[in-house]
Design a protein around this ligand. Structure first.
Ligand code: TXA
Ligand code: MG
Length: 347
C-alpha cells in the first residue's frame, strides 16, 4: 500500500476525512501521542487498525470525538449511576468532561449497542476521548464520525510523538499520515473508569487522580493492577496494560536511590550511573544515560529518546528513576518500568 503524506491545511484534513469516511486509516496528531484513526462505527475499519499495528484484537480502542454531544449515542445508561435530565451520560462524567475536555483524559462508560464489538474488544464499555489538538478535532468534525484511534505505533514499540515516528512504524501499512507538530504531552491519556460509583484510573497519565478528585469531590483511586508488576497476577481492567510495552532493543536499567529524600540525591544518582556506564564502556559497549530535569520533560521526551537510542543501536540504556510520590512522576515511571522490564538498580 502507498501511504500518502498530508499537511495540516484545511484542504488536506478534508482529504484525510474522506479517507476515514471510505473505511481507510489515517494517522493524526493529538496532544499526547499520534493516533491511528479509522471509523469507530465500522468493524472492518477497526479490524484494519489491529492488522496495521500487529495488535491483539482483545485490546479495545479509544473512540475520539470532537464535541461532547457526540458522546450521547455511543453510551447507554446503567443502574446505580446518576443522570441529568435527558442524557445517557452520568452526572460525574458530565462534570469531568466540562472541567478537563478537550484534554488528555479518556473516560470508560457503558457502551451503546451501535458501537461494534470489534472496536471495544468485545467489552460492554466504550472509552471516549476529546483531544486538545485542533487538527485532530477538525478531522473528526469533517469526517462526521467518531474515530477509533490507538497510538500509531507497531504493537510493542514506543508510542509515536512525531509524524516521523509514525512513518518509521507504519509507512506502507496505512492510507495516510498527517504531518502535524510533535506532541507536547508525550505519554498517552489518563484512562478513567466511570462505570462505578467512584472514578478509578486504569492507565495513569498527565491528568492526575488529585485533579479528578478535586473536580468530582470524591476519592479517585488507581486500579490495583497498575500499582504492581505484571507477575503479581492482578488482571488490569484496561486490557492494554497487560502487554509488555515500549521495549527498546537495548537492555534498559532504571537507577533509583534507596533514600530519595537526601539533598544531593540527584547528583549521587547521576555519578553512580556514570561510574557504572564507564565500566561497560571499557568493555566496548555503547551505554547511554537518560536523566531528566523534570517529570514533564521526562513525559515529553521519553518515547522519542527510546526510539532515537534504538536507531543509534545503543547496547544499554541507564535511566534515572523519577519520584513516584508525585502523580506525574508515577505516570511516566509506569512507562519507564515497562520499557526497562522492571530492571531496577538501587543506589
Ligand atoms: O492518548 C491516548 O489515549 C492515545 C491517543 C491516540 O489518543 N491513544 C492510545 O490508545 O493510547 P491505545 O489504544 O494505545 O491505548 C488504549 C488504552 C489501552 O490500555 C486499552 O486497554 C484501554 O485504553 N481501553 C480502551 N477501551 C477500554 C475499555 N472499554 N475499558 C477499559 N480499558 C479500555
Ligand atoms: Mg498504545
Amino acid at each position: 500500500m502507498n501511504t500518502i503524506y498530508l499537511t495540516t491545511s484545511e484542504e488536506d484534513i478534508r482529504r484525510a476525512a474522506e479517507i476515514i469516511k471510505n473505511g481507510g486509516l489515517v494517522a493524526f496528531p493529538t496532544e499526547t501521542v499520534y493516533g491511528l484513526g479509522g471509523n469507530a462505527l465500522d468493524p472492518e475499519a477497526s479490524r484494519r487498525i489491529y492488522a496495521a499495528k500487529g495488535r491483539p484484537s482483545d485490546n479495545p480502542l479509544i473512540v475520539h470525538i470532537s464535541e461532547f454531544s457526540q458522546a450521547e449515542p455511543l453510551v447507554k445508561k446503567a443502574g446505580g449511576l446518576q443522570y441529568p435530565e435527558g442524557s445517557r451520560i452520568p452526572e460525574a462524567a458530565h462534570r469531568l468532561a466540562e472541567a478537563i475536555w478537550p484534554g488528555p483524559m479518556t473516560m470508560v462508560l457503558p457502551k451503546a449497542e451501535g458501537v461494534p464489538d470489534a472496536t471495544t474488544g468485545g467489552l460492554d464499555t466504550v472509552a471516549l476521548r476529546l483531544p486538545a489538538n485542533d487538527t485532530a478535532r477538525r478531522l473528526i468534525e469533517l469526517s462526521g464520525l467518531p474515530i477509533a484511534a490507538p497510538s500509531a505505533n507497531l504493537s510493542g514499540r514506543p508510542s509515536p510523538t512525531s509524524w516521523e515516528h509514525v512513518r518509521e512504524d507504519l509507512n506502507g501499512r496505512i492510507d495516510a499520515i498527517i504531518k502535524g507538530e510533535p506532541c507536547i504531552g508525550g505519554i498517552e491519556s489518563t484512562v478513567v473508569d466511570m462505570t462505578g460509583e467512584l472514578p478509578v484510573i486504569l492507565r495513569p497519565g498527565l491528568i492526575t487522580p488529585e485533579r479528578i478528585s478535586s473536580v468530582l469531590g470524591v476519592p479517585c483511586s488507581y486500579d490495583p493492577a497498575i500499582l504492581g508488576k505484571p507477575e503479581d497476577g492482578l488482571v488490569p481492567k484496561a486490557p492494554g496494560m497487560k502487554y509488555r510495552h515500549y521495549a527498546p532493543k537495548a537492555e534498559m536499567r532504571l537507577f533509583r536511590l534507596k533514600d530519595e529524600a537526601s539533598a544531593d540525591g540527584h547528583k549521587r544518582l547521576l555519578s553512580a550511573m556514570e561510574a557504572e556506564a564507564e565500566e561497560y564502556r571499557r568493555l566496548g559497549r555503547d551505554v547511554e544515560i537518560l536523566c531528566y530535569d523534570s517529570e514533564r520533560e521526562a513525559a515529553e521526551k521519553l518515547f522519542s529518546d527510546l526510539r532515537r537510542l534504538d536507531q543509534e543501536n545503543a547496547d544499554m540504556i541507564f535511566a534515572a528513576a523519577l519520584d513516584q510520590s508525585s502523580s506525574i512522576g508515577f505516570s511516566v515511571m509506569n512507562r519507564m518500568l515497562k520499557s526497562a522490564g522492571y530492571n531496577i538498580v538501587e543506589i
